[in-house]
Design a protein around this ligand. Structure first.
Ligand SMILES: Cc1cc2nc3c(=O)[nH]c(=O)nc-3n(C[C@H](O)[C@H](O)[C@H](O)COP(=O)(O)OP(=O)(O)OC[C@H]3O[C@@H](n4cnc5c(N)ncnc54)[C@H](O)[C@@H]3O)c2cc1C
Length: 644
């Protein structure tokens, strides 16, 4: 009889990766970036809160909520069994989805950006929490981002309206930690989302004959808005911003309205729709937990916000926040995907050798580590500018302590740089993150391609399909590239000059000669290309994507170099060298080869074997073990047990 035992469904080999670790305490790059951007007292205050929040983010309870949200996708009903229309369309979302929203709000994923506690640093702290939240939010990160953007937009208008104006009430509702309102924005229509100028939505001035107080309540705006909106996410929101044309003008103005209003029927208060009807819900590749609808608007009673005919400029205040949420979400999902792929590599062996030490697999993971760290710097730098522009810059003493991040020398210049970097970071990080998640999927073999709603913990497909939406909404890669190129070329090249002065100032702080030289040359070439094309915008736009990706590479390179030098951290230096000298932040066809040049390392040359060892240090924080995998089937060796 054969001694070989066939496997059965229950017997034989079953891979058992360990549970995911705490995304904050186990992630050195996360802690490192916060150490640079936040002063000690702020960091000390948030560390225990973040550690607890991150522990919850990978807990069974949160995974069950995600699973529930994935398993029960939104649906709606507009009529009762008799055929009568409901007072408002019943949009049903999962219990888990709603609970994830409450968990996020309670922990400040919106309000931290507006509360006084962390002063100038509040937006950085807010995104420190969103970096953990988003990957565990089942796309609740989307309503969070829109509500957070609404906070900034309304907040900026509070000083110009009296205390009894309903905007104060709206602000309180959206920035609360408990029972907060969710806000969304309805801009995209059938004629276009990138270019909303051809909007077919119309607002008519029609104030109520009598209203509460001088300005009316939240529900008593002076305008009636009607039209058809083609993509409206977080349809279960409490309020929304709408772009519409007024009869007197072909320009867009911005309006804000609650989605429901209160009426009294037979002496009883009742909620009815504020003129919003769901035409249908979209069936999407990802973000399935998030309702996105086509909406018919009929006489939605709304308040004008911002000046008439200045709708696009007004809503930009909001979009500049939502775009930061987009890239933080992409980074959050990307890092979670890496954590899953690494967990898998630790458990898996192939060719009887441990996958986590396979040279080619190590190189793949190390390359991703470099890219993610560069993107993380770009993200937190952009976020810090937004935080300081809105809440004041840290004083010089705070900046000098510990070689603070290289801030521009005036708020006006910071505005120009922020506008460039918000679009750049959103486009580049969302694109890179989505591509990286595809690699994470493949790094898990066949299981990486699975998409089980009941098992969100190791589900990279979920992270991948959800992150992909971030490439399109709030501006596609093309649209944002165009914005960057036009902005830098504007004002007779003044914006380019301001940006250049900041890059040069920051680069002058880099001490390593090789890094400094490479960055200086790259900027000179970038400047030359944009400057020489200023008179020929058509040519500049044709290479707009490559210019924007090259710009992102330069800025991240400068930040990585300075980050390494602030404490001479060997790992940070290796990442900086790979990025700047070897073009590792390079994303295929997206960069211009005359800007992102691959060089031979001079002073810091390392051997091929050293490099493999460094791969291991970058990914696992340890030297390559002596019994590391060879990557091919080694003769006369049964098994090489490298332990981590
Ligand atoms: C999951 C999801 C949720 C969404 N939620 C919302 C929401 O809540 N509210 C909302 O208002 N919208 C929402 N949208 C819509 C989204 O913002 C638009 O789809 C997006 O802005 C693009 O508009 P469009 O679909 O009309 O494509 P188009 O504008 O027709 O673009 C088509 C192609 O043309 C390119 N293009 C357009 N303009 C230029 C240019 N100037 N230069 C070069 N190329 C250009 C684009 O890059 C794109 O590849 C959502 C979309 C998705 C996928």
């Amino acid at each position: 009889m054969s001694s070989l035992k066939p496997s059965t469904a229950d017997n034989g080999f079953i891979l058992t990766p360990k549970p995911l670790q705490n995304p904050f305490t186990s992630d050195e790059s996360y802690q490192r970036v916060l150490e640079w951007y936040l002063p000690r007292d702020v960091l000390a205050a948030i560390k225990p809160r973040l550690a607890k929040f991150a522990e919850e983010a990978v807990s069974d309870e949160i995974n069950e909520f995600i699973s529930d949200a994935e398993s029960h996708q939104p649906h709606f009903k507009s009529r009762n069994v008799w055929g009568a229309r409901y007072p408002y369309d019943r949009l049903v979302t999962a219990h888990g989805w709603k609970e994830l929203g409450k968990w996020g709000s309670r922990n400040g994923v919106i309000s931290l950006g507006y509360e006084e506690e962390f002063k100038q640093y509040r937006r950085i702290v807010q995104h420190a929490f969103n970096y953990t939240f988003s990957a565990s939010s089942a796309v609740y990160s989307c309503p969070v981002s829109m509500t957070s953007g609404a906070g900034r937009l309304i907040g900026k208008h509070l000083n110009s309206v009296p205390k009894d104006h309903p905007f104060h009430e709206l602000y309180r509702l959206i920035t609360a930690r408990e029972g907060n309102w969710i806000s969304s924005q309805w801009m995209t229509e059938r004629p276009g989302g990138s270019d909303v100028q051809n909007s077919e939505t119309v607002a008519v001035y029609s104030p109520l004959p009598s209203k509460t107080g001088r300005y009316g309540s939240v529900e008593e705006g002076d305008y009636l808005v009607s039209g058809f909106k083609f993509f409206s996410s977080a349809t279960d929101c409490n309020m929304a911003f709408m772009l519409a044309k007024t009869e007197s003008s072909d320009q867009l103005s911005l309006f804000v309205a609650p989605t429901r209003r209160t009426v009294v029927v037979n002496g009883k208060k009742q909620q009815v729709t504020n003129g919003v009807r769901i035409h249908r819900l979209k069936t999407k590749m990802g973000t399935k937990e998030l309702p996105t609808a086509e909406l018919e608007l009929e006489n939605v009673r709304a308040h004008l916000i911002g000046p008439l005919d200045r709708g696009i400029a007004t809503i930009a205040l909001l979009l500049n926040v939502t775009r930061t949420h987009n890239f933080i979400t992409a980074l959050s999902c990307w890092r979670r995907g890496m954590a899953i792929a690494k967990n898998f590599a630790k458990a898996r062996s192939t060719l009887n050798q441990p996958l986590w030490t396979m040279p080619m697999h190590l190189r793949l993971l190390a390359n991703m580590e470099v890219k993610q760290r560069g993107a993380l710097q770009l993200a937190f730098f952009t976020t810090s500018l937004l935080s300081f522009i809105d809440n004041g810059f840290p004083d010089e003493r705070a900046q000098k302590n510990g070689d603070y991040v290289p801030l521009p020398d005036s708020p006006e210049k910071a505005e120009i740089i922020l506008r460039t970097l918000t679009a750049t970071a959103k486009a580049v990080i969302c694109k890179t993150g989505t591509l990286a998640l595809q690699e994470c999927q493949e790094a898990m073999g066949g299981v990486g391609y699975l998409d089980e709603p009941e098992e969100p913990e190791f589900n990279i497909s979920r992270l991948m399909r959800d992150t992909a939406a971030n490439m399109t909404w709030e501006g596609t890669t093309n649209v944002l590239s165009s914005e960057v190129v036009r902005h830098l070329s504007n004002k007779d090249g003044r914006h380019l000059k301001v940006f250049g002065e900041w890059v040069q100032q920051a680069t002058s702080r880099v001490k390593d000669a090789e890094l400094k030289d490479a960055l200086t040359r790259a900027w000179a070439e970038f400047f030359r290309m944009v400057d020489s094309n200023r008179g020929d915008l058509v040519s500049a736009l044709a290479i707009g994507r490559q210019l924007m990706f090259s710009l992102a590479w330069i800025v991240s390179g400068v930040l990585l170099a300075l980050d390494a030098e602030r404490d001479n951290d060997a790992t940070a230096f290796e990442i900086g060298r790979r990025w700047v000298l070897e073009g590792e932040g390079n994303i295929g066809e997206f960069h211009l080869p005359n800007i992102v040049k691959v060089r031979t390392r001079m002073l810091s040359a390392i051997t091929v074997r050293d490099r493999i060892n460094w791969d291991c240090r970058l990914v696992w924080g340890v030297d390559l073990p002596i019994d590391a995998a060879t990557g091919f089937r080694a003769p006369n060796v049964d098994r090489i047990p490298a332990k981590l």
